[in-house]
Design a protein around this ligand. Structure first.
Ligand SMILES: NC(=O)c1ccc[n+]([C@@H]2O[C@H](COP(=O)([O-])OP(=O)(O)OC[C@H]3O[C@@H](n4cnc5c(N)ncnc54)[C@H](OP(=O)(O)O)[C@@H]3O)[C@@H](O)[C@H]2O)c1
Length: 328
């Protein structure tokens, strides 16, 4: 297989999603260069599984390793900013799992550091890298659907009521917004012409004080609107509907979507759009990151991450919901 991986990648974290990243690099013809993990033994197991040569004794060693070009951060949300600071200050390019930070203040700091050190910073938000979304942009630009009116977007995930796991645990920055709302908001931001500037919401908290369920209504300067429903204790179909004055788009399994159906309402005609593969979601992120680091791609949609983070920060302010790190 042709090796499309030019740079040396290190993973910081060896959990569920880090496994997918390791496999995505393999699918791209390469492999991870090194592994940093809080629990060293798990780092060693991970390295053995993927035939990776180097495991650091301490996490901080990864930032000082001159051989490392790109660090992939896949630890809980509240740990991201400390790792981002260290990685960016050491001139490493970073692909960081969602949610990229806890709040806008942290993200602005990270963006400043990335600019100062001339490195690429990107959020591993699958929506920004799946080919279907770029394909849909072409349809939208052709204007055959007309003007965007309303977006409906849901994300429901059934998590057991275990208040110690990362989904409900306030100490691990739990809550629906940062875990799954970030997908729904990234989807909405992708299609909206500008960032929503009016926000209404209702929230239900879990016993730990993190958001378990929410309904959100967004409007932007163009009058485009979106409704979102999120739940951490009820599954919902991962289906997004984007309605224009001449038709609507439905997209399924949208975080890693590969298929959309467009219905033209004037005559009922349906068009099926297929692009990319759900199973290769992380490979698209890897390849986009490689291109961005090489200077062949100037768009990693960090400005969308910034807009989404601002909405999440504003929502939590309105809800009076903080994380321990924000109370210091
Ligand atoms: N993009 C996606 O499709 C997707 C899917 C799932 C998750 N994610 C995101 O990826 C991140 C990790 O999720 P996951 O499901 O992979 O989690 P996971 O399986 O629980 O793995 C968590 C990893 O973080 C490490 N860790 C935990 N607490 C830490 C701390 N305080 N300091 C340093 N390292 C720590 C763990 O190290 P130990 O081995 O020492 O425990 C482990 O390597 C989250 O931000 C999540 O939102 C993204």
């Amino acid at each position: 297989m042709e090796n499309k991986v030019r740079y040396k990648w290190a993973t910081l974290g060896t959990g569920v999603i880090a496994n997918e990243l390791a496999q995505a690099l393999e699918k791209s013809g390469g492999k991870l260069y090194s592994v940093a993990n809080r629990t060293y033994a798990k780092g060693v197991d991970f390295a053995q599984k993927y035939g990776i040569e180097k495991v650091y004794d301490k996490i901080d060693d990864v930032f000082r390793d001159d051989n490392v070009d790109i660090i992939y951060i896949s630890t809980p949300h509240n740990t991201h900013i400390d790792f981002l600071r260290k990685a960016l200050k050491n001139g490493k390019h970073v692909l960081c799992e969602k949610s990229i930070t806890l709040n806008s203040e942290e993200l602005e700091e990270a963006i400043f550091l990335a600019e100062q050190h001339h490195v690429v910073l990107a959020e591993a938000m699958t929506i920004y890298h799946m080919p279907i979304y770029r394909q849909l942009n072409k349809v939208i630009s052709s204007r055959r659907l007309g003007d965007l009116k309303v977006i409906q977007m849901n994300f429901g995930s059934y998590k057991e009521y275990d208040m110690t796991n990362r989904f409900f645990n306030r100490q691990l920055a739990g809550g629906a917004l940062l875990d799954i709302g970030v997908y729904a908001l990234s989807f909405v931001r992708w299609f909206m012409t500008s960032r929503p500037n009016q926000i209404l919401s209702q929230v239900k908290f879990a016993p730990t004080g993190v958001d378990e369920q929410a309904g959100i209504l967004l409007t932007n300067a163009e009058g485009e609107m979106a409704t979102l429903t999120l739940s951490l204790h009820a599954k919902q179909p991962k289906r997004g509907t984007i309605a224009y004055d001449k038709g609507y788009i439905e997209i399924y399994e949208y975080p890693r979507g590969q298929k959309a159906v467009i219905t033209y309402t004037e005559n009922g005609h349906q068009e099926i759009i297929e692009a990319g593969k759900t199973s290769e979601a992380l490979m698209y992120e890897v390849l986009d990151m490689e291109e961005a680091v090489a200077g062949d791609k100037d768009e990693m949609y960090l400005h969308y991450s910034r807009d989404v983070m601002k909405i999440m920060t504003d929502l939590r302010k309105e809800w009076g919901m903080t994380y321990p790190e924000e109370e210091k």
